[in-house]
Design a protein around this ligand. Sequence first.
Ligand code: SAM
Length: 472
Amino acid sequence: METWKDEVLEQSFVNTDLIEKLISAENIPSDEEFNKVMEKAEKGKDTLSLEEVAVLLNSPQKERIERIFETAKEIKERVYGHRVVLFAPLYLGNKCMNLCTYCGFKATNTEIDRLTLDLDQIDGEVNTLIDQGHKRLILVYGTHPDYTAEYIAKTVEKTYSVKGEHGEIRRVNINAAPMSVEDFKKIKDSGIGTYQIFQETYHEPTYSHVHPQGEKANFKWRLFGLDRAMKAGIDDVGIGALFGLYNWKFEVLGLMSHVLHLEENYGVGPHTISFPRLTEATGIVRHEDYTVKDDELKRIIAILRLAVPYTGLILTARESAKMRKECMDLGVSQIDAGTQIELQGYTKNEKEQDLAKEQFTIGDSRSLLEVMQDLMENGFVPSFCTACYRLGRTGEHFMEFSKPGFIHNFCSPNAYLTLAEYLEDYAEEETKETGYNLIKQEIKTAPLDERVKKDVIEKLEKIKNGERDLYF
Ligand code: SAM
C-alpha cells in the first residue's frame, strides 16, 4: 500500500471536537438562526455548511421538523421529479478477514457458510437478474485476499458480458474494501459506475471499538479511500454511515465533513449517500444503544436532502416496505428492489432469509415487480436509466449537468423510456396499463421542453416497435 504512510500522517478531515460541540444539547438555535438556514436551503442550490446542518439537527420542535419535511419534499420534486432509480445488490463473495462487531461476515463467525462465486455462477445470477428486468447492479464483496483488484475487475467485465433475452446489465457499481491508487485504476478500467464504500462511523473512538482487527481497523486508510479512488480517476463515488453505532447527529455531520472534503479537493461531492440502519445478524455484538428510531431516520433523510440537493440518496431493503414508502417523498432518489443478499440468492430464489448464509436481516423482500407496482400506484416513476454514466456525464460533469432543467429534460425522459422498455419486455397487461397511464400523465404535466416532449413520444413509439436502449 504505497500511500499508507501519507494516509496515516494526513490530518483527518473529521473534526470530532467541533462536531461534538455543534451537536451538544446546549447548542439551541434561535428562530432567527433556523429561519436563515431554511431560507438558504429552500433555494435548493448550494451545499450547506456543518454549522448550518447542525442548526437543522438541533431543531426537534414539531413545527420546525414539519417545515424541514415540507421543504425536503419540494426540493425532491423540483430536482428529481417523480423518478426513483432502481437497482439490485449482487453479493459475489462473503469471505472476510475483518472483525466488524456488527457484521455477519466477520472472520470469527463460524456459523456462516463462506462462498465466492466463480464466473459460471456469476453468469447464472446475472441472467436471473436480467430476466427480472434489472439494468443496474451493485456488486458486493467481503474483505479478503481472494478479492484482489484483478478478481473484482474480472467479475465486473463478466457481469457486463452476460446477454439475456431482454438485453444486458448496463451499469455495474461496486462496494468493496478500499484499495491503493494502482488497484483502483485496475477496477476503473473494467468500466465500473460508482465505487461505494461506507465509513460505518465517523467517530474515531467508536470506529476503533467496532473494528478491533484486520485491514478495516485502520480508520484513516478507509477515510481517505475515496481520495485514492478520485486520484485513480474514479470520480463517481458513494459514501455512507452505518447508523446505530454512534450518535446519529454526529454521523450526519461526519457525512457532511466527507462531502465538503471531496468538494473542496476534487471539485465534486459524492454521487450518492447511503444511511443504512444496523439490523440483526448472526454473532452481532451490540455495544451501546444508539438505535436510530423511525422518526429520526426520516429527519436524517430530509436534512440530507436540504444539505446536498443534487446528491443521490439511497434507502436500501434493510428497511421495511412501509418505512421505505414513508421516506420516499422526503428525498430518497434510489432504492434496491427484489433484493437477495444470500450468495447465489437470485438463482435459488428462496422467500425466507437464512441468516447462516447472509450478512444481515432485510426488511423489504418484495420482488422487483411488486416494488414497481407499488411505486407506480403512488405516482413514482421507476427508472433504470444509465445514460449519464455511458455518455461520460460523471463526477464534475454530472454536477454541472444536474441542474433542474437538465434533470427534467434528460433524466425524466430517460426514466419514461426505461420504464417503457420494462413494460414491453416484462409486464403483464394490468401493470402495462398502470405504467403507460403514468408515463402519459407525466408527459402532460412534467416541465419538459416542447421539443423534448415530441422526441420522447417518438422514442416511446420506437420502443413499442421493438427498438431498445434509446436515451437522451
Ligand atoms: N468489504 C466491504 C467493506 O469493507 O466495506 C463490504 C462491506 S459490507 C458487504 C457492506 C455494508 O453492509 C457495510 O459497509 C456495512 O455498512 C453494512 N452492514 C454490515 N453489517 C450490517 C448490519 N448488521 N446491518 C446493516 N448493515 C450492515
